[in-house]
Design a protein around this ligand. Structure first.
Ligand SMILES: *Cc1c(COP(=O)(O)O)cnc(C)c1O
Length: 353
């Protein structure tokens, strides 16, 4: 068995890339900012640009401290390892990324179990959480951490409301658990809800945000939380090989993204609504109304699987991703214009017969 990804077909160019908001290329201006970056050795604390990024993210999210990492997956794994001990249990939505898409990391690295909670659109209620809490006993695993995903990816890019987060965090804290937010797209939520990011994450003890999801940077994510927690987390960053050297060049791209690419997430949300409206008029396609930049759709009525639909679009220069047999996802981001959305809808209409 090989787990190596298949090489893309580079002979047929992708013109409209709705596969993911990770598909963006750094803009010229972002690359200029990278060229100007002051650098040092991140691992020994001497890269000033990495410190600047961490300070900015800590301020943005209203947390005491922050830490730069190569990826969001590493942020989740370092956070889990720092919060938990082997045998502990994490309560998370049953469709959470940490459960479905991180190669079993929490089990393999920290030795924890994840209890999947149900709930519509990737969100569970405080009542559901309360029902899943077991009396403390010698028999049951220590329930250590509640994990929430903002926005909920497989939930269709749905946003947790601040009140929902507050209610869940209250139950968690009452039972001695911490709350960790997988905030890969937390800024999409802040923009969509019209609430400052630090208010969105206020009830979570730890949170990270991804700079490669819609913010347009080529690499990087930042984990934030209490000073003691981040201090502890540094050992896991080192242990997993996440301590870097001249990280400043990448941190500069992330700082550029903070300065230029947050407010414009609203454009991606408008484009997603337009895409949903257009796709909804294609016979046989059923669209889930988007709240942010992710548009999930069902191809059952076309007689095609989502993979067949995606396979017909690819030679025409349009990509979408496949999430299940009949469920696909189209994603808007800063490298897709409003005009391209209209064009993509026309091409999609053409492949549905
Ligand atoms: C993409 C994603 C991750 C992982 O982030 P990477 O930077 O790709 O490692 C984690 N959680 C969610 C919800 C994501 O969408």
């Amino acid at each position: 068995m090989s787990y190596e990804p298949k090489r893309a077909d580079f002979t047929v160019p992708v013109r409209i890339d709705l596969y993911s908001d990770t598909q963006t290329r750094p803009s010229r201006a972002m690359k200029e900012a990278m060229l100007q970056a002051e650098m040092g050795d991140e691992q020994s604390g001497s890269d000033p640009t990495v410190w600047e990024l961490c300070d900015r993210v800590a301020a943005l999210l209203g947390k005491q401290a922050a830490m730069f990492m190569p990826t969001g997956t590493m942020c989740n794994q370092v956070a889990v390892a720092t919060h938990c001990r082997p045998g502990d249990e994490i309560l998370a939505h049953e469709d959470a990324h940490i459960q479905s898409s991180e190669a079993g990391g929490p089990g393999a690295i920290t030795g924890v179990m994840i209890r999947g909670l149900p709930g519509p659109r990737g969100i569970f209620s405080a009542a559901t959480l309360r029902e899943a809490i077991k009396p403390v006993s010698r028999y049951s695993p220590p329930q250590r951490l509640v994990e929430v995903e903002q926005t909920a990816n497989k939930g269709g890019g749905a946003c947790w409301r601040v009140s929902e987060l507050r209610a869940v965090a209250e139950v968690a804290h009452q039972h001695g658990m911490q709350v960790h937010m997988d905030g890969a797209r937390v800024l999409n939520a802040a923009v969509a809800l019209g609430v400052p990011a630090k208010d969105v994450v206020a009830d979570c003890d730890t949170v990270w945000l991804d700079f490669t999801k819609g913010l347009g940077a080529p690499l990087g994510a930042v984990l934030a939380g209490p000073k003691d927690f981040i201090g502890e987390a540094w050992r896991w960053k080192q242990r997993l090989g996440g301590s870097m050297r001249q990280g400043g060049m990448n941190a500069a791209a992330c700082i550029y993204a903070l300065q230029h690419n947050i407010d414009r997430l609203a454009d991606d949300h408008t484009n997603a609504s337009e895409l949903a409206r257009g796709m909804g008029q294609i016979p046989g396609i059923k669209v889930e109304t988007p709240e942010t930049n992710l548009v999930f759709f069902d191809t059952t009525g076309t007689g095609m699987t989502a993979a067949e639909f995606a396979g017909r679009l690819r030679p025409l220069g349009v990509t979408v991703s496949v999430s299940d047999t009949f469920r696909g996802r189209a994603c808007t981001h800063l490298d897709v214009s409003a005009a391209q959305i209209q064009e993509a809808v026309a091409i999609m209409r053409g492949v549905v017969v």
